[in-house]
Design a protein around this ligand. Structure first.
Ligand code: NAD
Length: 302
């Protein structure tokens, strides 16, 4: 019989991921505290759960994709939460990007009830979630991962087992720090180019064929030039991931610097009221600081 799957938290990332679980043929029950987020999935054949507990009752494997550590810890550990509600033998998998201490707290509590828990943060953005090309960074018991692999495989072809719980969110924080620093270096470079009178698409074509290229460069034609700052990946979530990275580095006594510079930009954007815009919106602040006129018809910085 096909494994029944539950999905809690179907926002920007969870929604397309849940859609791919459904497309892979798994019977799916979804729940989001913001009910309209579930509508397209229900239209595509998912059942709407009445609550997170209802999703657990209807599923053998439950995936969660929530904003941050406090949301995940509340959903799993509060009285009546996922750990208490789950039946022995069930598998709970958190796809959110959180502090490594969060899965390290949840896993033993789940194990004490005979419930399996994996962390599995993902990377690849909303476009990767839609295309089912995400990288999935699993921490936890390898044998449990093998049971859950067919479901995780629906999210993307690269499902990595990286170690015990906590390891997945460690590598995820490292990845996001590198991605954010790349993106901000690109934005500062482009700002200088704009001030020098260069066409941003000329910068794009040249750098794409040169040594300064990175995946972040693609934001130039997809977000910055068209002034498209709908999330995507919210500023407040990147700020959280940089905070996670620096917390891990501090705990391990590794002196790091780029994450701090990058986080100053994310915090500036939050202070400017842009926390729920896509991280590319930071470009508008750099333009303001550099007294660069936004393109005709473009949105000015906050
Ligand atoms: P989002 O804010 O768009 O979605 C979160 C969803 O969770 C919302 O729909 C919200 O209503 C729901 N929710 C919150 N608490 C809930 C609860 N207790 N019960 C049910 N639903 C609840 O955020 P997102 O961009 O989808 O990100 C989710 C996680 O994935 C974050 O940890 C983020 O860092 C990570 N992530 C995001 C991206 C990206 O590009 N957006 C990429 C990789 C990883």
């Amino acid at each position: 019989m096909t494994t029944s799957v539950g999905f809690i938290g179907v926002g920007n990332m969870g929604n397309p991921m849940a859609g791919n679980v459904l497309k892979a043929g798994f019977p799916l029950t979804v729940f989001d505290k913001h009910a309209p987020a579930m509508a397209n999935l229900v239209g595509a054949g998912a059942k709407a759960g009445g609550s997170a507990a209802d999703v657990v009752d209807r599923s053998e494997i439950v995936l969660t994709c929530l904003p941050a550590s406090p949301d995940v810890e509340a959903a799993y550990l509060e009285p009546g939460g996922l750990v208490e509600r789950a039946r022995p033998g069930m598998i709970l998998i958190d796809l959110s990007s959180v502090l490594p201490s969060t899965p390290r707290t949840i896993e033993p509590r789940a194990r004490a009830r005979g419930v399996h828990f994996l962390e599995a943060p993902v990377s690849g953005g909303v476009s990767g979630a839609r295309a089912a090309t995400l990288a999935v960074m699993v921490g936890g018991d390898a044998a449990v991962l093998e049971r859950a692999r067919p479901v995780l495989r629906a999210l993307g072809p690269n499902v990595f087992h990286v170690g015990a719980v906590g390891a997945g969110n460690t590598v995820k924080a490292i990845n996001n720090m590198m991605s954010c620093v790349n993106a901000l270096a690109m934005m500062e470079g482009v700002a200088v180019g704009l001030k020098a009178g260069l066409d941003p698409m000329t910068i794009y074509e040249v750098v794409k064929a040169s040594s300064g290229s990175s995946k972040s460069l693609e934001r130039l034609p997809t977000a910055i030039v068209p002034r498209k700052f709908d999330p995507g990946f919210k500023v407040r979530l990147m700020n959280k991931d940089l905070e996670t990275f620096t917390a891990i580095a501090k705990e391990l006594h590794v002196p790091v610097s780029f994450a701090n510079v990058a986080q100053r930009y994310e915090q500036m954007a939050m202070a400017a009221g842009l926390a729920d815009q896509d991280t590319s919106v930071v470009m508008t602040l750099i333009e303001r600081l550099a007294a660069i006129e936004p393109p005709a018809g473009g949105k000015p910085g906050a």
